[in-house]
Design a protein around this ligand. Sequence first.
Ligand SMILES: NC(=O)c1ccc[n+]([C@@H]2O[C@H](COP(=O)([O-])OP(=O)(O)OC[C@H]3O[C@@H](n4cnc5c(N)ncnc54)[C@H](O)[C@@H]3O)[C@@H](O)[C@H]2O)c1
Length: 716
Amino acid sequence: MLYSGPAFSVTALGDGIVELKFDLAGESVNKLSQAALRDFDAATQAIAKDGSVKGVVVTSAKSVFIVGADITEFGTMFAAGEEAIARGVLEVNRILCRFEDLPVPTVIAINGVCLGGGLELALAGDYRVMSTAASVGFPEVKLGIFPGFGGSVRMPRIIGIDNAVEWICAGADKKPDAALKDGAVDAVVAPDQLRDAAISMVKQCVAGKLDWQGRRAAKLAPLKLNQIEQTMAFNSSLAFVGAQAGPNYPAPILAIKNMQEAATLGRDAALEVEAKYFARAAVTPQANALTGVFMADQGVKKAAGAWEKKSKKEIKQAAVLGAGIMGGGIAYQSAFKGTPIVMKDIRDDALALGMNEAGKLLAKQVEKGRMTPAKMSETLGRIRPTLNYGDFGSVDIIIEAVVENPKVKKAVFAEVEGLVRDDTIIASNTSTISISHLAEGLKRPQNFVGMHFFNPVNMMPLVEVIRGKQSSDEAVAATVKLASKMGKTPVVVNDCPGFFVNRVLFPYFAGFHMLLRDGADFVAVDKVMEKFGWPMGPAYLMDVVGMDTAVHAAEVMAQGFPDRMRHEWKNTTQVLVENQRFGQKNGKGYYVYAPDKKGKPKKSVDPVTYELIKGVVAARKEFKPEEIIATCMVPMVNEVARCLEEKIVASPYEADMSLLYGIGFPPFRGGACRYVDQMGAANFVAMADRLAPLGKLFEAPQLLRDMAASGKKFFG
Ligand SMILES: NC(=O)c1ccc[n+]([C@@H]2O[C@H](COP(=O)([O-])OP(=O)(O)OC[C@H]3O[C@@H](n4cnc5c(N)ncnc54)[C@H](O)[C@@H]3O)[C@@H](O)[C@H]2O)c1
């Protein structure tokens, strides 16, 4: 063996060919940590020193090729400031350039996932062969950065400007055929032929049948297009990508500007430009938030995994009670992901509607070519609609999704508990009612949990699994396992009215109602909050949620937290509901809705709304955007902190991910806790204190006051 290190080894294969193999010790995947990169450098230098080497193939001993850079190292790296970041990536680039400059041909055998830094390493080789089982791509923009280990320099030189812009700015994974078509790889072969194909290719280079020096020279030179062609290509990319990404996601634009500035330069000077722009992207709050989101997502999945391990139960058969908006969605999702489900309602028409909805969603999958018609009917066959409890003796879990009324729900539980096995789990999809309260009167409260899906079920990734006072570990764990199997991200929370997500959402709505009460225009509030990053402003969101549903839920929350969520004044949503304006569901809420060309509800402003609410709002007053943001966000963030204090949610990362996955909190802000971190707890508390006259919802809790005093952050 020519070289052996903790990540890389170099073995002679005969005829002067060596295999440089990546097998990161102690890890299930290969990633380019700083240590792995140093080892790669040592291996490269060992090859360079050995005069007998004629060609190199790079392989992976894991099922992936390289998943990317080690994102856990980004926090410290990015905190070091622009200059240090630029120096750091240039150091990595020197390592990759030493590999690229080896005096012998190099061929990369991409056997599996090859993303980000992994693909950048692959681009430093002369040729790339890819397995049909592999995927490649640059997902960096999803982290608020762009490829900074030479990827933005080499990619346009290999596949052209337009393709490189698309690969880098869209951040999508590419399948082998797409990678081959664009020229990012040179051959695609079956997995079992990959190694031989790579060896054969390097031998062809050695034999002079492939012009590896010519290929390499093209990567070292400036881009081939002339100045006018370049200007046209980059300017149209800037306009298109700028419009797609929007002002809150600067990384794709920085990537293009960098490529434009580096286009006329040779490799080494171009890498200097890349380092400068990369560092600029890495210090943005968006990069901080988005890398935080990546880490938090991993944390949430790990926590769910730990719960799943505690469950001995296999959920083979599920049932859902209620075939309405939620019940229908739950049945679809369960069937789609392979768990058969009985759907029970008391109304035939509701069952028909539920089946129809599921059918429509599946037909869309078929239309998009993601599912065959045969698979569609197989999936639909997994949903068994029924008006009676005939089959309930064999179900492992029942998900209750009947109307949001504790009396109705309790009556339903009493009814089903006698019909099911002793170990059948009963899970309620209630959005607000305390699980421990609903468990009162149950014979087996240990089998009872909350399983809170979000609307629309097929789209929203979050499921809150609520642990009531008496819920057993097994019931929680099995429910978590089912949520994961249904393709959702479960977060286990403790019980209280509204659980975590709705408990913090309703204070946000309260802030919105106060703004309107005090004279703000709901259209202006929506505009500001959408610019802040929410997918829809609070008035629009009210319409989508359903105003009657929201008023009802607000009442449950007010009963639970009367000190701050009860209000003596009538709010605009209550007035609109009194006037039969329920939101999108009946075409009238804050806005009015009419179907657009595609049949989707399109909103427009309705003067009648202003007429109806004028009795409960003050004379129109202009609010500054920062006042609007503070009045909506402070109550939400305060409530998040209270939930952390009361351990309703276990950690800041679970809190932030629940908000992202449950209600679309702007990802580039990372979540409520990250929002406080970025602003500084002291600034947040000062902002809350300024709004103190608005009431108790605006009183920053002790946790935030302590953080403000100590300078501590939620994350690091
Ligand atoms: N709609 C949402 O956005 C949303 C989101 C999360 C949670 N939830 C919760 O999910 C539950 C259901 O809400 P929804 O919006 O689907 O309501 P929905 O009114 O659309 O559906 C309720 C269904 O339950 C049926 N039903 C009533 N009594 C029944 C019984 N005894 N047995 C079987 N079926 C019965 C009704 O016929 C109806 O089809 C509620 O607890 C709600 O709070 C709703």
